[in-house]
Design a protein around this ligand. Structure first.
Ligand code: NOJ
Ligand code: CA
Length: 547
């Protein structure tokens, strides 16, 4: 109701799009070096078109020393040779557009790589020079400046300041030492990113996923954190996150995007609570979407899920933006594994062989069921590569393979995110499960990946891949992404029953089977077979119509 009238909502594609996240290193390897690449993506685009998604978001493929798997960019206008060339990018983009798929690229504006030419110039220039003013250099505390300028911690563990060998000053990095933070109060930095936006918009990209969107502006004077925190904790953003000044930047970017045709969009990666604060990033003159991390953190519990859904819909409606529904990404334990743990919420720190191991079958069952909620809801939905296969996390990887800087910076206390970044299995019987033409894979694939290989699931009408294809086709047919959600009284408190237009869903979070509330129904899809008496088993989800 209200939102349409107040905001004059148009029918832009991103309001209801299903967006598939590709993590380029791990999607498909065309040249056999064990690392996924752009050509590999191009070759597999028909697979994504047949899955029924509307758009693809690519994690970074820019020139980078890969200290944080590409989130440390050394040149924002070049493709890293690991992934290919700009021509490969253009070929990929053209083929995607030809298949009706839009392309969203990652933009990493909070920090660059320390190998970016600007940072190298900063190091070669004296304190106070214009070169240093592009980053955040400060004198240290203590008699000889030997102590860091403040008490901030890095999100990846350890301190947030580094004093390079032989240097008087320290520089700020909210992430790894090799990811110096830009000084966004410097107009030169702003101009540079406007130009980077234009560079990719001119090439034809449909949008940007904005990395660490809540971090660009730091509180004046860089005061100590009252509680030493690396992330927003208990709703306190501290002096480095969610500062009001970030919004001017997004307003300016929005005006740039609006100069282009085709409803180009931005989606914020902003770890901001509560939802009310997050909604500020998607006001009508800022970004179009923000990832809904509260939904991603949902417990396996009917009451909590309903509350997150209601809060999300209410807050985004107030600003006239669509909600996003996200279950997994490259920064946390895959939901098929998370849901198989004794406490299924968000797990950003990975799972090691020493931790509780998920119940694989239970997690998969619940992941399949949860898809019946995610793709039922109005708004836009995200898929993290491999989730359409029900792919689990690698939960007992040998530490010698680990590459996530978190593992090193926390001295192994957090194993980090490698377990969700393992290369995809395309063929059960091929070397590296068909990831590429060789037996190489930059992270080892666990043996159970054979069960989830695309070629196995293609042949099985009960596979998770078949289920995703069916659900996405129905979502499009019944226009669920553009619809409205209405909760109905559920047969038990442990289940959720809802309606979106002509379609109903029932999702059973409880241990006992739940009967469908009506007998005059046509089943459209279900994650588990229903019994003769239309009983939905524990963990199951179903969509149906009433006759
Ligand atoms: C968020 C990205 O998703 C993550 O992978 C990265 O490490 C940090 N931002 C730093 O860029
Ligand atoms: Ca490769």
């Amino acid at each position: 109701m209200g939102s349409q009238a107040i905001f004059n909502v148009k029918d832009e594609w991103w309001r209801s799009a299903v967006i598939y996240q590709i993590y380029p290193r791990s999607f498909a390897d065309a040249n056999g070096d064990g690392i996924g690449d752009l050509q590999g993506i191009t070759e597999r685009l028909p697979y994504l078109a047949s899955l029924g998604v509307d758009a693809v978001w690519l994690s970074p493929f820019y020139k980078s020393p890969q200290a944080d798997a590409g989130y440390d960019v050394a040149d924002y206008r070049q493709v890293d040779p690991l992934f290919g060339t700009l021509d490969d990018f253009d070929a990929m983009l053209n083929k995607a557009h030809g298949l009706g798929l839009r392309i969203i690229v990652d933009l990493v504006p909070n920090h660059s790589s320390d190998e970016h030419e600007w940072f190298q110039a900063a190091l070669a220039s004296p304190p106070g020079s214009p070169e240093r003013e592009r980053y955040i250099f400060r004198d240290g505390k203590g008699e000889h400046g030997e102590l860091p300028p403040n008490n901030w911690k890095s999100v990846f563990g350890g301190g947030a300041w580094t004093r390079p060998e032989g240097e008087q000053q320290w520089y700020l990095h909210l992430f790894d030492t090799k990811q110096p933070d830009f000084n966004w109060n410097n107009p030169e930095v702003r101009d540079e990113f406007t130009s980077v936006l234009r560079f990719w918009l001119d090439r034809g990209v449909d949008g940007f996923r904005v990395d660490v969107a809540h971090g660009l502006i730091k509180k004046e004077g860089l005061p100590d954190c009252s509680v030493q925190q690396a992330m927003i904790e208990g709703g306190d953003p501290g002096p480095m996150w969610d500062q009001d000044g970030v919004h001017d930047i997004y307003k300016q970017w929005r005006s740039v995007l609006d100069e282009y045709d085709g409803d180009r969009m931005m989606v914020a990666e902003a770890w901001v609570v509560p939802q009310e604060r997050l909604a500020r990033y998607i006001r009508s003159d800022e970004m179009q979407q923000a990832f809904n991390f509260e939904y991603l953190g949902s417990q396996w519990n009917a009451r909590d899920v309903r509350k997150v859904v209601d809060d999300s819909l209410a807050q985004t409606a107030l600003v006239g933006a669509p909600t996003t529904w996200v279950m997994s990404n490259h920064d946390g334990v895959r939901h098929a594994s998370r849901f198989g743990l004794s406490t299924p919420g968000y797990r950003p720190k990975g799972i090691s062989a020493k931790d509780e191991q998920p119940d694989e079958a239970l997690g998969l069952e619940r992941a399949r069921g949860f898809a019946f909620m995610t793709f039922f809801l109005p708004g836009s939905a995200y898929i993290y590569q491999g989730e359409e296969l029900g792919l689990p996390e690698h939960t007992n990887m040998d530490d010698k393979y680990r590459q996530d800087p978190t593992f090193w910076r926390t001295k192994g206390e957090e194993v980090g995110r490698d377990g969700c970044r393992v290369p995809l299995p395309w063929q059960a019987d091929a070397p590296a499960f068909g990831f590429g033409p060789s037996d190489k894979s930059w992270l080892p694939q666990p043996p159970n990946f054979a069960r989830y290989a695309v070629d196995v699931e293609e042949k099985d009408s009960d596979s998770t891949l078949a289920l995703y294809r069916r659900v996405l086709a129905l979502r499009a047919e019944y226009r669920l992404g553009k619809g409205e959600l209405e909760w109905l009284e559920s047969p038990t408190p442990d289940a959720l029953l809802a309606r979106n237009g002509d379609v109903y869903t029932l999702l059973n979070f409880g241990a006992e089977p739940v009967a469908l509330p009506w007998s005059d129904v046509e089943i459209l899809a279900s994650s588990k077979a229903l019994s003769a008496h239309q009983q939905l088993q524990s963990g199951g989800g179903v969509w149906f119509k009433r006759l």
